[in-house]
Design a binder for this molecule. Structure first.
Ligand code: CUA
Length: 370
């Protein structure tokens, strides 16, 4: 019991990763099922152990009574009772379970107002593509409160599992198999997501965030991405976030280093080159509008200048097993200064405040003079 208390003290019942603290319809359906089957199991437990205790007490050997009790082998009544009762219990569990499965993760067809997102799992991060909006991003999934997000999930390598404990899940990501589920959220907020399938290496650090925005915030987020990734899809009356030309020397230096250190070989920043040209590869996280992210390294750390510098200095120290190389040797000249500059550049992407204005959109506007 003492050991159990110690272990259970690690549980969080109302925390950001607790299924007992649902914040959306899918999670509520799943918790309802969990509660129902738990109580049913408790009833079975009490009935079985009650009968056991009753039998032990009532039919125990008394004194010197060595007679053989009545033998019940072959009793049709008893055989029928302990066959029919379990069948009824299985039916009582099966009906709500099957209903919940069909409600939450079947071939649900998106309808007007739903947000469709193609989720691709990679070792050890998440790509989120909004096919109807022309948006590609990584590790942070946005959708507006009051809408249903429909997730088409797939994997680029091994099995992963998409799980947002407070909103719902899990759904497996299986290479080549189009699994689907949907989520809704009751309130705007930031919800923690995890990979829930052991996928080697940095599995424990394969996290993500689901950011449920108010409609207004979501529209602004979409506009800031469409401005660089899909201007042709923007509604005519959309207010495009201004990304003024930067005068900041550190950011300009960081941008040059982003190319010369080879970052663009793996990571895409749309708008970096001329229209139609892209950088990087789909196999690595897209960094377009990176400054708008809340976290880095797939949900591992808050996305701050200090953390980003630590990450670029030694990615393996923060997320063991990941595929990001350390681009600066420990004794490289100007190491700290260059890492600070690249961090400042990345954090400026998508941020429209004049102080940290981004050069990301400006490249596109000028037709790209890389
Ligand atoms: Cu992906 Cu564990």
């Amino acid at each position: 019991m003492a050991g159990l208390i110690l272990i259970l003290s690690g549980c969080e019942f109302d925390g950001p990763r607790s299924v007992l603290n649902p914040a959306g319809r899918v999670a509520e359906i799943q918790l309802g099922l969990l509660t129902y089957t738990t109580w049913l199991s408790v009833i079975v437990l009490v009935a079985v152990f009650g009968a056991l205790v009753y039998a032990i007490v009532k039919f125990r050997r008394r004194g010197n009574d060595n007679s053989i009790p009545n033998q019940t082998h072959g009793s049709v009544v008893m055989e029928a009772v302990w066959t029919i009762i379990p069948v009824i219990i299985v039916i009582m569990i099966a009906i709500p379970t099957v209903r919940a499965i069909f409600e939450t993760e079947t071939r649900y067809e998106p309808t007007e107002g739903d947000v469709v997102v193609n989720v691709m799992g990679y070792q050890w991060w998440w790509a989120f593509e909004y096919p109807e909006l022309g948006i590609v991003t990584a590790n942070e999934l946005h959708f507006p409160v009051g809408s249903r997000v429909v997730l088409n999930v797939d994997s680029a390598d091994v099995l992963h599992s998409f799980w947002v404990p407070r909103l719902g899940g899990k759904i497996d990501l299986i290479p080549g198999q189009d699994n689907r589920m949907w989520l809704e959220a009751d309130e705007p907020g930031v919800y923690y997501g995890h990979c829930a399938e052991l996928c080697l290496g940095a599995h424990a650090y394969m996290r993500f965030r689901v950011i449920v925005d108010t409609q207004e915030d979501y529209d602004a987020w979409v506009a800031s991405f469409q401005a660089v990734q899909a201007p042709e899809l923007m509604a005519a009356d959309t207010v495009v976030p201004v990304q003024a030309t930067t005068e900041d020397e550190q950011i300009t230096q960081g941008q040059a280093l982003f190319a010369s250190k080879g970052c663009i070989g793996c990571h895409n920043v749309t708008g970096y080159f001329a229209e139609g040209q892209t950088t990087g590869s789909a196999r690595f996280p897209d960094l377009t509008n990176y400054g708008l992210r809340l976290t880095l390294a797939a949900g591992v750390l808050p996305n701050t200048q200090e953390n980003l510098e630590a990450w670029l200095s030694n990615p393996q120290a923060i997320k063991p097993g990941n595929r990001m190389p350390a681009l600066w040797a420990a004794d490289a000249a100007n190491r700290d200064e260059e890492i600070a500059a690249v961090s400042a550049y990345l954090l400026s992407l998508g941020v429209s405040s004049p102080d940290t204005a981004s050069v990301q959109g400006e490249r596109l506007a000028h037709g790209g003079n890389q």
